[in-house]
Design a protein around this ligand. Structure first.
Ligand code: PEP
Ligand code: MN
Length: 342
């Protein structure tokens, strides 16, 4: 159920509605929009007994929300959510007119390796650096990431290059550390339905980049985002990274059609990861072009100066000069759509 407030409703009127909802035994989550605030009622298992809610001061109407997701839905908030990431070199935003670029190695391997990639990322004009300090690997024998020392290297990269940091948390323990060092917390595909991790990330003050699970439906993807928002974190960026299909010439099948589908249903920004989405270096550029043309709010790409010796995801990591070319081409495609690159 959604309580739509008048555009000139006062703070007290909104608070009074929230208190009334809570006195009925439900949870009230106010969602401020550009023109008005909507109070989303959750915690109900059946229909909400409205009582006199609709006649309270400042209320326009109460609308039943039939979809399983509420806070992520455009029914609750019509305009796009813009997630703003402060970096030492200014803000990078997801969901506005500018398309946000995120690049870096799959994993932070050594200080030298991470610094070298960061230098190239910065030279290409990208302002968000992504590298994993905690890696969720299919094999327990594969490189698992440097852990906290890796996060410290990322913090040094922020200081030295002025880049914002995106890095993954794989469990509640690593999230405690990641939120201290990172500007954006990544939740990986394998953890999209790790509900305790989602709840913990939902209580964080840092924005979350949520990757689609490799076999997740659109509803499951949006419900995972709903977990984050229902705990109070409204700074959620969705990320399409490919799904499992019978196709055997790529690692995953990049499902670009989810972009307009998400945009119809949700106000949240959606970015595309063509690196995991294809698993092949030579397919990253064409799929990046396509993602931007389809309306993605950003791209997340893996880059390595020596991919043949990378400790993870070398085959899908593009080279620094390919990143330059990618930036040049997507900037032109963005221009056709009256968008810019940030
Ligand atoms: C990654 O971003 O390096 C990663 C492991 O991605 P995903 O969770 O999409 O597989
Ligand atoms: Mn990777």
């Amino acid at each position: 159920m959604l309580v739509v407030m008048q555009s000139h409703a006062t703070e007290e009127q909104i608070r009074a509605v929230c208190e009334r909802v809570e006195s009925l035994g439900y949870k009230a989550l106010p969602v401020p929009g550009a023109g008005r605030t909507a109070v989303c009622i959750t915690g109900n298992t059946g229909t909400v007994d409205l009582g006199s809610l609709e006649s309270m001061a400042g209320v326009i109407e109460c609308i039943p929300v039939t979809k399983p997701y509420k806070l992520v839905s455009r029914d609750v908030k019509e305009e796009n959510t813009v997630v703003r990431i402060p970096t030492p070199l200014g803000e990078v935003s997801f969901g506005g007119a500018a398309i946000a670029m995120v690049a870096g190695p799959c994993a932070v391997e050594t200080r030298e390796q991470a610094f070298k990639v960061a230098e190239h990322v910065k030279a290409a004009g990208v302002r968000l650096f992504r590298g994993g300090a905690y890696k969720p690997r299919t094999s327990p024998y594969s490189f698992q990431g440097l852990g906290e020392p890796g996060l410290k290297i990322l913090a040094e990269i922020r200081d030295k290059f002025g880049l914002g940091i995106v890095t993954e948390a794989i469990d509640n323990e690593s999230l405690d550390l990641v939120e201290k060092y990172a500007d954006v917390i990544q939740i990986g595909a394998r953890n999209m339905q790790n509900f305790s991790l989602l709840k913990r990330a939902g209580r964080s003050k840092k924005p979350v980049l949520l990757k689609r699970g490799m076999s997740a439906t659109l509803d499951e993807f949006l419900m995972a985002a709903e977990y984050l928002m229902s705990e109070g974190n409204y700074n959620v960026i969705l990320c399409e990274r490919g799904v499992r299909t019978f196709s055997d010439f790529t690692r995953n099948t990049l499902d670009l059609s989810i972009i307009p589908a998400v945009q119809r249903r949700s106000h949240l920004p959606i970015v595309v990861d063509p690196s995991h989405g294809t698993g092949r270096r030579n397919k990253v550029l064409p799929l990046s072009r396509a993602a931007v043309a389809t309306g993605a709010d950003g791209l997340l790409v893996e880059v390595h100066h020596d991919p043949d010796h990378a400790l993870s995801d070398g085959p899908q990591s593009i080279l620094p000069d390919e990143l330059m070319r990618l930036m040049h081409e997507v900037r032109q495609i963005a221009g056709v759509l009256s968008r810019t690159i940030n």
